[in-house]
Design a protein around this ligand. Structure first.
Ligand SMILES: Cc1ncc(COP(=O)(O)O)c(C=O)c1O
Length: 376
């Protein structure tokens, strides 16, 4: 009889991919089939790359990739990063792992307690003569302290790469986020607002980087020669075809997500112990990728894990992104490092279901479950 007590009879997942129109996809794929060209910079790849560069990425050099994890690896190689890289422990494994796969050492820096991004005030103390780059992550679409990070990078002659997996179309003061750092790497995974099923893009500030990047993502081959230690990071035509259709669909998805964000904000504001996303004024366009709350157990009377469990009992699958911290992974030995803010925040964060397929009624019901927990 437990079923009757559930608010949601069917599981409510954290996200749900936008499924592009199948008839239109069929049309795109027919063109691919007619071309007989499935990968290696085909027509759809070329078209998507140009459109993203012109329409989204401020005309900066853009290179499509098979996914953002490989994209990060390729960006690190293209910018010739060596030695140590200062990054955040509060991120998806892909960020730190790409650094390690590139043969580099991630040095974990504590995070800012509000934005949850790498704390720009603590970066300088971690710089050594082995440091060659900073990899910031615009976590949950909150922009890093890009201006301060650019200043530090200039002072110490470091490169800056932003993991922009959550930051598609993010703008600060009406400027695209791609204007900051040497490269930004976007994810087009199915869970993202704009997606290509799997995929991503690297956007470089310096035009000349694209040529090198395109060689690295194609095994290091240049003409008849092999000139770089490359990898296979190419996006294929099927992925690009989905992306071309998503360029049309993304605006509707954005509007739907804005509604859900509005419901969560309205229903949860004023709930003692529930910390809502703090959208800084400078964010003039939000990437609408995640909706994340923080549970302050002292004030709320229940822990984040209690909220997580109660939602799950009701068939709502929230996620504890990014738990555990990268510094907890067995393969990184990170003893005695000062990451107090990250350690606190990782116990508080909870990503709520957030996608255009979620109804206002469902979003409201999720907030009711949360509000009721504190009374139990
Ligand atoms: C912060 C961050 N970086 C990188 C990635 C990896 O992206 P992809 O799945 O495209 O490799 C993700 C995945 O969502 C992510 O959250």
């Amino acid at each position: 009889m437990l079923k009757n007590k559930l608010i949601f009879e069917k599981p409510v997942l954290i996200t749900k991919p936008v499924m592009v129109d199948l008839t239109e996809l069929n049309h795109e794929l027919r063109e691919v089939w007619n071309s007989g060209w499935l990968t290696n910079n085909g027509y759809k790849h070329q078209e998507l790359e140009v459109r993203l560069r012109n329409e989204i990425f401020n005309n900066f050099a853009t290179s499509l990739v098979v996914n953002a994890t490989i994209g990060l690896l390729i960006a690190l190689k293209t910018l010739d990063i060596k030695g140590e890289v200062i990054t955040t422990p509060f991120t998806f494994p892909a960020t730190a792992h790409a650094i390690s796969w590139a043969g580099l050492k991630p040095i974990f820096c504590d995070i800012d307690p509000v934005t949850m991004n790498i704390d720009s005030e603590k970066i300088e103390s971690l710089i050594t003569d082995r440091t060659s780059a900073i990899v910031g992550v615009h976590v949950f679409g909150n922009p890093c302290d890009v201006e301060k990070i650019d200043k530090i990078a200039k002072k110490y002659n470091l490169k800056v790469i932003y993991d922009a997996a959550h930051a598609f179309e993010l703008e600060i003061n009406d400027r695209s986020i791609v204007n900051y750092g040497d490269a930004s790497v976007f994810s087009f995974h199915a869970t993202k607002l704009f997606h290509t099923a799997e995929g991503g893009a690297i956007v470089f500030k310096e035009k000349s980087m694209k040529g090198k990047c395109d060689i690295i993502k194609n095994f290091g081959i240049k003409g008849d020669d092999v000139v770089e230690c490359g990898i296979n990071g190419k996006m294929n035509e099927l992925q690009a075809a989905v992306g071309l259709l998503m360029l049309k669909e993304k605006e509707e998805e954005r509007e739907l997500r804005k509604l859900i964000e509005g419901i969560y904000m309205k229903e949860l504001s004023g709930v003692d112990g529930v910390i809502l996303p703090n959208r800084e004024k400078k964010v003039t366009k939000n990437s609408l990728q995640y909706f994340v709350i923080r549970v302050d157990a002292d004030k709320f009377g229940k822990t984040r894990d209690d909220v997580f469990e109660e939602l799950r009992k009701n068939n709502v699958f929230a996620r504890k992104y990014f738990y555990p911290l990268c510094t907890e992974y067995n393969h990184y030995s990170c003893k005695n490092i000062d990451i107090k803010n990250a350690e606190k925040i990782v116990e508080q964060v909870l990503c709520l279901p957030f996608h255009g397929g979620l109804s206002i009624k469902d979003a409201t019901a999720i907030t009711k479950i949360i509000k009721n927990i504190s009374k139990k």
